[in-house]
Design a protein around this ligand. Structure first.
Ligand SMILES: Cc1ncc(COP(=O)(O)O)c(C=O)c1O
Length: 366
């Protein structure tokens, strides 16, 4: 190839998502309606009826550019969480917010810290900005050990990613531990607290990080509409931080990064607490159902606070055999070798009947 690209770009491994239903259908000749996709931590209930209505309502407007500043969506977020609109940045999925954070603060050679089994996008956005990712040693339960993060901080550290709950392990870090950590991190280092799964937490476990922003101006909280809000296909998320940080991030943001429909749907979805509560309830029930099955089958799993569970099949060969068996029977789950967990698979929590199908084919292979 003739074009010249930086070594750190040439060495990047592209993100591998869960396999789409239509792709599996095409490849294995299974009718799409018979396929159960439990591979991308989507909401099995779909989207809020209010969001659907908002989408229908705005469809005739999409020949117009969206509002590049997302005025109404920011206003809805600011009212819901009692924060200033200027503290909010919208993203094309929360992945966009993570990337904007990296592009805002990193110069080639800068260091970024994240946990060994943390969300894959942290490494991608770090490397694509020329940064060097340092992986902190995990806890015994594969979660974040913030003390290990502290050990890795150097003069080159510019950015830290913390996922809470984490994907793919599902661990939750104690609030007091995060707060203590924030007080120890030098305040020129941007700390991104990724809360893509916050809506799935019970009331007492829910994040209170927005209330820490006044004191910790180097904190950026990212949230997603892809999970409990069920808008993964529209690509929308947001970040909340100090006005000055948000202002800098807005300089590298594409002018119309969040589309018209996504903004309308997200505004409506934010107003639908009933849908979010129902989603959390179905997820809690599904989690119990899957945990019981893993216990019965004596399969090791990590207790998860998200809408997915990772489980260990002993070795990589077995994990891939199970993956293939499930796939051939129309159940898509996710191998997590790329998270340095080669003997594990991750299953998203589905509706009861979807979980039943997953459990049936898991059992039939044992
Ligand atoms: C921890 C975590 N953060 C962020 C995201 C990105 O979500 P999105 O870009 O769809 O908002 C995901 C998606 O799986 C995730 O698991």
């Amino acid at each position: 190839m003739a074009i010249i690209t930086p070594k750190y770009i040439a060495e990047l491994e592209p993100y591998e998502g869960g396999r789409p239903i239509k792709e599996v259908s095409r490849e294995l000749g299974i009718a799409p309606e018979k396929i159960v996709k439990l591979a991308s931590n989507e909401n099995p209930l779909g989207l809020s009826p209010k969001a659907k209505h908002a989408i229908d309502e705005c469809i005739n407007e999409i020949h117009r550019y969206p509002d590049g500043n997302g005025y109404y969506l920011k206003r809805a977020i600011s009212e819901k969480f009692s924060i200033d609109s200027e503290q909010i940045i919208l993203g094309n999925g929360s992945n966009d917010v993570l990337e904007l954070a990296a592009r805002t603060v990193l110069s080639p050679g800068d260091e970024v810290i994240f946990s060994k089994h943390a969300f894959a996008v942290y490494e991608i956005v770090t490397k694509s900005a020329g940064g060097i990712g340092l992986k902190a040693k995990p806890t015994d339960e594969y979660g974040h050990s913030l003390d290990e993060f502290l050990k890795l901080i150097s003069k080159k550290t510019k950015l830290i990613f913390i996922a809470n709950p984490n994907n793919p392990t599902g661990n939750l870090i104690d609030k007091a531990e995060i707060l203590k950590f924030l007080s120890r991190v030098p305040n020129h280092i941007l700390v991104v607290l990724d809360e893509a799964y916050d809506e799935y937490l019970s009331n007492d476990a829910k994040s209170i990080a927005l209330s820490w922003l006044a004191e910790h101006k180097n904190l950026l909280i990212s949230r997603s509409f892809s999970k409990a809000h069920g808008l993964a296909g529209l690509r929308i998320g947001y970040g909340v931080g100090d006005k000055k940080v948000i202002n800098l991030m807005n300089r590298v943001r594409q002018p119309f990064n969040v589309n018209y429909i996504a903004q309308a749907a997200a505004i409506a979805s934010l107003k639908d607490d009933e849908f979010i509560n129902k989603s959390r309830l179905i997820n809690d029930q599904g989690r119990t159902q899957l945990e019981e099955a893993f216990k019965e089958l004596r399969i090791e799993f990590i207790t998860s606070y998200g809408n997915f569970i990772s489980f260990n099949l002993g070795d990589e060969t077995k994990a891939m055999m199970y993956y293939q068996h499930l796939l051939e029977n129309g159940v898509i789950v996710r191998p997590i070798k790329n998270y340095e967990l080669p003997s594990w698979l991750r299953v998203s929590i589905g509706l009861k009947k979807e979980n039943d199908v997953f459990i049936k084919y898991l059992k039939s292979f044992m």
